[in-house]
Design a protein around this ligand. Structure first.
Ligand code: NDP
Length: 610
C-alpha cells in the first residue's frame, strides 16, 4: 500500500488552540516535577517492584566467580549486548536479571491486552537473523516475550545467566582491575567488563498521592499484574474474578489505554482517574501477510527501521510522503509534513516550523474530533480530548479504549487540576471532593524514566568506579560519556540507552547499535592484549561538548503538557529531554560516526590498559 498524507481538519484557529494548549499545560504544572512520585524498591514499597508475580523466588547458594563480561539486565538491551558479544567471539558472558527469565519489560508487563505499540517489523530485533516473522503488526506481549527467550537460546545466553537476582552494588577493584558485583543472593562476581542494560522502563513508580498506604483493599502496579486477583492469565484475558469488584485505574498513558477495555468488560464497576488524556487513534493491526513476508529481501528490517525513523522522528522528512511504509499514527505528522515540503527546496526555517506546527495541530484536531464521534456523553468526550502538541506524549492506538467510556459500568473522573487525585483513604480515593469507594486500585502510573536521581532510576545501591568515585555523583550535574557508552573513571564499564547517543524511533535499534559497538571494543581490547579499556578524560569531555553544542533549544518540550518526555514539566530541576541527552545530528549520523571510528581502527579516545 502506498501511503499518502492524511486528511485533517483545516477549519482550526491556530492561535486559539495555542492558548488552549498553554492553559491546559499550566493547570497541570507542579513545582515538585519528578519529585512528586513515590519510589518503589530500595526499602520503599518493595512489593510493587521486587516481588515477582510470574515465578517463585529463586533459592540458591551464593556464587563467587571470575567472569569476563557481566551484563546487568536481560531485556532487549542486555540480550542484544550479549548476542553481539557472542558473535564477536566473547563467550564468557553472564547476564544477571531480576526477573525469572529473559524479556525485561516483556517479562514483567503481562497485563491483559498488552501488545507492541510500535510496529513489530521495526521494533522486534533480529527478525532476519532468527528467521522469525511476527504474527501481526502489533503482536501480543507473549509473542515478544517468547522472541526474547529465543534470542537467549539462539546465542547461548542462558548459559551462565542468573535470574531472580538483584544487583546490590558494583565496585571497581584497582588491585584486581575488575569490577566486584554483589547481589541479593550474596554472590560476588568479579568481572573484567560490565554492561549496564537496566533499561529506562524497568522500575515502576507510584503516584504521589497522600495516604497511598492507608488503602485497605487490593492494589498493584500494571507491571506486576495480579491474575490471582483478577482472574484470567497471560493468554486468557477473561478477568472473571472482577465480576463483583469495583476497580480504580490511576493513569491514562500507553499502558492504561491497553488495560482499560478489559477492565471495563469484566469489572462490576471501573473508575478511571485521568490527569491528562492520551491521543488515541484507530488501531490497524492486520495479521502479517505471508506473501509480503516471502517477498522481503535481505536487509529489509534495517531499511524499514530507517524509513519508520524518518517519518516518526525527523521533523522534516526528506523522503516523499508516499514512501512511508508503516503508514501509522506514529508517522502521520511526518508524512503530512513531507507531502507539503517535498519539491520546495527554498523553504526558510520559519516556513518549515510553521508547516510542521500546522500539520501537528491538524492531526491532533483529527484525534479530538474522533473522540466526539465515538464517546456518547459530551462531557466525558470533552475530558478525553488531548490538548497538547503531537509527541508531547506517546501517541496511542486502540479500537476499544474510547468505546469503553460508553459502558454504563465505567466512569471517567477528570483530575486534571495539578493536585490530581487528592487522597487515598482506607476505602478508596478522594477526587474533586468526592470519595470513590473501590475494592482494588491499579496503578498504571508509569516508570522511573525521567528520575533526576540515577540511583532511583537504577535501584542499585552503589556504582563506584576508580578511587570510589560514585557514578551517581559523577553524573549528578550531567552525563559524562564518550559516545554515551563509556565514562572516564569507570574502566571496562559500558552503558546502553538513550544517553548521549543517537536515539532511534525503534528503541531496539539503539540497543543493536550499542551492542555491536560495545562488543567490538571488548573483542578488540582482548585481541590487543589489554586488561581493560577506558575513555580518556579529553575524549569524554569533547564528546559531551559536541552533544551540548548540537543540542536544540528545549522550546518544544517547555510548551508541552507535563509528562515523562519533559521530566514532568521541569519543576525545580528545569526542563530536559527524557532519558538523557541525544546526539542531535541523529541516529544515522551517529551510526556512521561509530562505524568510521571502528573502521579507523585506532580506538581514538580510548585508553587500553595493559
Ligand atoms: P506513563 O508514564 O506514560 O503514564 C502514567 C500515567 O499515570 C499518566 O497518565 C499520568 O498522568 C498518570 N499519573 C501519574 N501520577 C498521577 C496522579 N497523581 N494522579 C493521576 N494520574 C497520575 O506510563 P505508561 O506505563 O502508560 O507508559 C510508559 C511508557 O511505556 C510508554 O510511554 C511507552 O514508552 C511504554 N509502553 C509501551 C507499550 C507498548 O509498546 N506496548 C505499552 C505501554 C507502555 P499525566 O499524564 O498527567 O502525568
Amino acid at each position: 500500500m502506498r501511503c499518502g498524507p492524511s486528511v485533517t481538519p483545516k477549519d482550526i484557529d491556530l492561535q486559539a488552540l495555542r492558548d488552549k494548549y498553554a492553559q491546559e499545560r499550566d493547570k497541570r504544572l507542579r513545582k515538585d516535577g519528578t519529585a512528586q512520585y513515590i519510589h518503589t524498591g530500595g526499602g520503599e514499597d518493595p512489593d510493587f517492584w521486587e516481588n515477582d508475580p510470574h515465578m517463585p523466588p529463586v533459592v540458591r547458594d551464593p556464587i563467587v566467580d571470575d567472569v569476563e563480561v557481566v551484563v546487568i539486565g536481560g531485556g532487549f538491551a542486555g540480550l542484544l549486548a550479549g548476542a553481539h558479544l557472542k558473535k564477536a567471539g566473547v563467550d564468557d558472558v553472564r547476564i544477571i536479571e531480576m526477573g525469572g527469565d529473559f524479556g525485561g519489560v516483556w517479562y514483567w508487563n503481562r497485563y491483559p491486552g498488552i501488545q507492541c505499540d510500535n510496529e513489530s517489523y521495526c521494533y522486534i530485533p533480529l527478525l532476519e537473523e532468527l528467521n522469525y516473522m511476527p504474527s501481526k503488526r502489533f503482536p501480543d506481549g507473549v509473542e515478544i516475550y517468547q522472541h526474547c527467550r529465543n534470542i537467549g537460546t539462539h546465542f547461548g545466553l542462558y548459559e551462565g545467566a542468573l535470574f531472580g537476582t538483584m544487583i546490590r552494588a558494583i565496585r571497581w577493584n584497582e588491585a584486581t582491575q575488575r569490577w566486584t558485583i554483589t547481589t541479593n543472593h550474596d554472590d560476588e562476581l568479579r568481572a573484567r567488563y560490565v554492561v549496564m542494560a537496566t533499561g529506562p522502563w524497568s522500575k515502576p513508580k507510584l503516584p504521589g498521592i497522600a495516604g497511598l498506604h492507608s488503602f485497605k483493599g487490593h492494589a498493584f502496579h500494571s507491571a506486576r499484574w495480579d491474575y490471582d486477583y483478577t482472574g484470567g492469565n497471560t493468554t486468557d484475558t477473561t478477568l472473571d474474578k472482577l465480576a463483583d469488584k469495583r476497580v480504580a485505574v490511576i493513569g491514562t498513558g500507553a499502558t492504561a489505554i491497553q488495560i482499560v477495555p478489559y477492565l471495563g468488560r469484566y469489572a462490576r464497576h471501573l473508575t478511571v482517574f485521568q490527569r491528562t488524556p492520551s491521543a488515541v487513534d484507530a488501531r490497524r493491526n492486520p495479521p502479517t501477510d505471508p506473501e509480503w513476508a516471502a517477498s522481503l529481501k535481505p536487509g529489509w528490517q534495517k531499511e524499514r527501521q530507517a524509513n519508520f525513523h524518518a517519518f516518526a522522528s525527523d521533523p522534516f522528512p526528506s523522503i516523499p510522503a508516499t514512501e512511508d511504509i508503516s503508514c501509522d499514527f506514529f508517522t502521520e505528522v511526518g508524512r503530512n509534513v513531507s507531502a507539503r515540503i517535498n519539491g520546495h527546496a527554498n523553504l526558510s526555517t520559519d516556513d518549515l516550523a510553521a508547516i510542521r506546527e500546522e500539520e501537528d495541530y491538524g492531526v491532533m484536531e483529527r484525534i479530538r474530533r474522533r473522540v466526539d464521534d465515538i464517546v456518547e456523553d459530551p462531557a466525558t468526550a470533552e475530558a478525553l480530548k488531548p490538548y497538547y502538541r503531537y509527541m508531547c506524549k506517546r501517541p496511542c492506538s486502540s479500537n476499544d479504549y474510547l468505546e469503553t467510556f460508553n459502558r454504563s459500568n465505567v466512569t471517567l473522573v477528570d483530575v486534571s487540576g495539578s493536585k490530581g487525585v487528592e487522597r487515598v483513604t482506607e476505602k478508596g480515593l478522594i477526587a474533586n471532593d468526592q470519595e470513590h469507594e473501590v475494592d482494588c486500585i491499579i496503578f498504571a502510573s508509569g516508570f522511573e524514566i525521567s528520575a533526576q536521581d540515577q540511583k532511583v532510576a537504577s535501584g542499585i545501591e552503589a556504582i563506584d568506579g576508580r578511587d570510589g568515585l560514585s557514578l551517581y555523583d559523577h553524573w549528578r550535574d550531567g552525563f559524562r560519556t564518550l559516545h554515551g557508552m563509556t565514562s572516564h573513571g569507570f574502566p571496562g564499564m559500558f552503558f546502553t540507552g538513550y544517553t548521549q547517543g543517537g536515539g532511534n524511533a525503534s528503541v531496539t535499534a539503539n540497543y543493536v547499535q550499542q551492542g555491536e559497538h560495545i562488543a567490538y571494543i571488548i573483542a578488540e581490547a582482548r585481541v590487543r592484549g589489554a586488561t581493560t579499556v577506558e575513555p580518556t578524560v579529553e575524549a569524554q569531555d569533547d564528546w559531551v561538548r559536541t552533544v551540548h553544542e548540537l543540542a536544540p533549544p528545549n522550546t518544544f518540550l517547555e510548551q508541552c503538557t507535563p509528562g515523562y518526555y519533559n521530566n514532568e514539566g521541569g519543576g525545580n530541576g528545569g526542563i530536559r529531554a527524557a532519558i538523557g541527552e541525544r546526539y542531535a545530528a541523529g541516529f544515522y549520523a551517529f551510526d556512521k560516526l561509530l562505524d568510521d571510528w571502528r573502521n579507523e581502527g585506532q580506538m581514538v579516545g580510548m585508553r587500553l590498559i595493559k
